[in-house]
Structures are given as structure tokens and as C-alpha cells.
Design a protein around this ligand. Structure first.
Ligand code: ATP
Ligand code: LTN
Length: 336
């Protein structure tokens, strides 16, 4: 008798990034670089989450540009639309549809405990909208629609990912196995790059002080200048130690972009001042980001290609995600 062998299912990755401004070195090391590295091992879905971005007020003209440039930057970081499904969230209607359903399986208390909600509410006290509150259930929908096994993100997203698992577990326990429980994937180094102006805060693309972050697209001189101005301490000793937040941050950045260990870095700068060290970090980062800047310029010169890629990506994403949404509708009792 003939045996029918099921084709082996590659594990699935989903991740997203908001087009809320200029993407930073933190976004690159914490997320985009990992996405590119993982794309062959997994069936990968990578998304510009424009629907999440409108939880903060966006200027329409700037927003339109940020969405396209965010998409181009994703490709420039090495995410290949032939090997990964790359798309824009609002193009795929299943995200909003499942998000609504999941809202009904998410508790008010759970969302109230989210630190990102608390931080962003404090930052924008005049616009604490329902979308900002429900942000995590849309994120859960993004992930669960593709039955993702793994979600590569920076550590600031850990709480959202745990909530996604709780929502999925709750739904599965009521209706039987429906969603795959996703695991977070946090890079060993670079999972939390800190602000260059206040190394106790994460580097954020929406920081008002442009010296606090390095944009992936900053030119070499700007990158070096920002590192020269980085806030450190007065000890003048390049060592990784508790309490030296500024130096620890620079050492971890230097370590990721050069592949050197902390010990090697300490040896390299033994007896040298912070000036030399900051210059070396700036130069190494600028060099590391150079090919991305060049690729980005190429992609932005070919809008037709970008358009073709995000249309194809959305088509594939819709097809896959619709299967999960249909299953959910059936389980809940919606009529076809
Ligand atoms: P915003 O400043 O608008 O809140 P953000 O810079 O935090 O945005 P997001 O789009 O929210 O960027 O995050 C995209 C990805 O980048 C997420 O996986 C997030 O964890 C990661 N990330 C963001 N900032 C850092 C950072 N400083 N270090 C490491 N990873 C980061
Ligand atoms: N909340 C994430 C962006 C995001 C995301 C996702 C990340 C939206 N949907 C799904 C991973 C998986 C953030 O980075 N702030």
C-alpha cells in the first residue's frame, strides 16, 4: 500500500515593526538583524504594522512616507521578499478581524497591566485612546493568525508576547486546539540597546532628542558624532560592570558589531580614554550599517519593485491567515 507522507512543516516566524519614525540601531540589532538571520530556517512572515502605529497620532503625509521607507528598510536589512513573506498590516484584513474577536477573550485587567500602555499613556496624556489600550490584542492576532512558533523581538516586547500566549491558551481551552503557542526569541546580545543620552532608558525611535538614538540611515559623520556625545561616567575605564550603564551599552553595541567579547574589548582599550573608545564604536557601527544605507537607496529608487513585493506579500499573507480566521469563526459559532 502506498504511504502518503505529509510534507514536513517548517516552523513559522512572525514579527512586526511600527513605521513610527526613523528606525534605530536598537530596532536593527534587537529585531531586523535577527529576522534576516532566521528567515531560511523558518517559514517567515514580516510585517510593517501601520495599524499599531495609529495608536499614536500620525501626520498623514509623514506616515505614508514612513510606511514605504520602513518597508524598503526591512528589505535593505537583508529580508528577502523571495524567501520571506513581507507585507503591510493594513493590506491584510484578517488582522483587524481576528483582533476584534481576541478583544473579547482579553481581560480589561490584563491590558491595564501592560507597561507599554502605561508608558505611552504617560507620554501622550491627551490621547489615551482605546486602540492604545487594545494594542496587545492586535499584536496577538498578528502572531496567532500565522500559527507562529517563534517571534523574534527585543525584550521590551516580552510582556506582550506572554499575554499573546495567555489569550491563545484561554481560547484553546474553551474551543479545543486552535492556535499554536508562540515562543519569544530574544537575541543574546542587542536585545535592549539603551539611549545614548540616558543609558537607563531604551533607545527609542520616537525620542525627541535625536542624539539619543542612532538611526540605521544616519551617515558616518552623524553616527560618529552621536557616539562621541554619548553619556558615560567619569571613571575613564572601559570595563563592563554594574552601574556603568553608558559604558555597558557601548560595549554591548561594539561587541555585536565587531564580534569581540567583553574581555577582548577591555584589553583593546586598556589604558585608553573614553574618547578613543567612543570613536572606535562610532566607526564600527557606521561601517556595519553602510551596506544597509546603500541597499536602502537602491530600493527607494525602485518604487515599482517595492509595490510588487508588498502586493505579493499581502496576497500570500491573506491566504494563510484566512485559514486560521475561518477556523476561529467556525469554533465560535459564526454562520458561514
Ligand atoms: P517607539 O519608539 O515608537 O515605541 P520602538 O523604537 O520601540 O518604537 P517598535 O516598532 O516598537 O520600535 O519595535 C520594533 C522592534 O524593535 C521590536 O521587536 C522591539 O522589541 C525592537 N526594539 C525597539 N527598540 C529596541 C532597543 N532599544 N533595543 C533592542 N530592540 C529594540
Ligand atoms: N508591538 C511590537 C510591534 C509588533 C509585533 C507584532 C512584534 C506588532 N505586532 C507581532 C512581533 C509580533 C513592537 O515592537 N512595539
Amino acid at each position: 500500500m502506498e504511504t502518503t507522507q505529509k510534507p514536513e512543516r517548517k516552523p513559522v516566524i512572525f514579527s512586526g515593526i511600527q513605521p513610527t519614525g526613523i528606525m534605530t540601531l536598537g530596532n536593527y540589532l534587537g529585531a531586523l538583524k535577527q529576522w534576516a538571520m532566521l528567515q531560511d530556517e523558518y517559514d517567515s512572515y514580516y510585517c510593517i504594522v501601520d495599524m499599531h502605529a495609529i495608536t499614536i497620532r500620525q501626520d498623514p503625509a509623514a506616515f505614508r512616507k514612513n510606511i514605504l521607507s520602513g518597508y524598503a528598510l526591512m528589505l535593505a536589512c537583508g529580508i528577502d521578499p523571495q524567501r520571506s513573506t513581507t507585507f503591510i498590516q493594513s493590506h491584510v484584513k484578517t488582522h483587524a478581524e481576528l483582533a476584534w474577536i481576541l478583544n473579547c477573550y482579553t481581560q480589561f485587567g490584563e491590558l491595564s497591566r501592560m507597561t507599554q500602555f502605561k508608558d505611552k499613556s504617560q507620554k501622550h496624556p491627551d490621547n489615551i485612546n482605546v486602540g492604545l489600550f487594545a494594542y496587545p490584542s492586535l499584536m496577538a492576532a498578528d502572531i496567532l493568525l500565522y500559527q507562529a512558533d517563534l517571534v523574534p523581538v527585543g525584550v521590551d516586547q516580552k510582556q506582550h508576547l506572554e499575554l499573546t500566549r495567555d489569550i491563545a491558551t484561554r481560547f484553546n481551552s474553551v474551543y479545543g486546539n486552535t492556535f499554536t503557542l508562540p515562543d519569544g526569541y530574544y537575541p543574546k546580545a542587542g536585545a535592549k540597546i539603551m539611549s545614548l543620552q540616558d543609558p537607563t532608558k531604551k533607545m527609542s525611535k520616537s525620542d525627541e532628542n535625536v542624539n539619543a538614538f542612532v538611526a540605521i540611515l544616519d551617515d558616518q559623520d552623524t553616527i560618529i558624532r552621536k557616539f562621541k556625545r554619548a553619556v558615560t561616567d567619569s571613571e575613564a575605564q572601559v570595563v563592563y560592570r554594574e552601574g556603568k550603564d553608558g559604558i555597558n551599552n557601548l560595549m554591548s553595541i561594539y561587541s555585536v558589531v565587531t564580534g569581540k567579547t567583553y574581555e577582548e574589548i577591555e584589553k583593546e582599550f586598556d589604558g585608553k580614554g573614553y574618547g578613543d573608545f567612543k570613536l572606535a564604536v562610532g566607526e564600527a557601527v557606521a561601517e556595519h550599517l553602510r551596506p544597509i544605507r546603500e541597499n536602502y537607496a537602491r530600493y527607494m529608487n525602485d518604487k515599482a519593485y517595492l509595490e510588487e513585493c508588498y502586493h505579493k506579500g499581502a496576497e500570500k499573507a491573506l491566504k494563510v491567515s484566512q485559514r486560521t480566521l475561518d477556523k476561529v469563526h467556525k469554533k465560535i459559532g459564526f454562520i458561514r
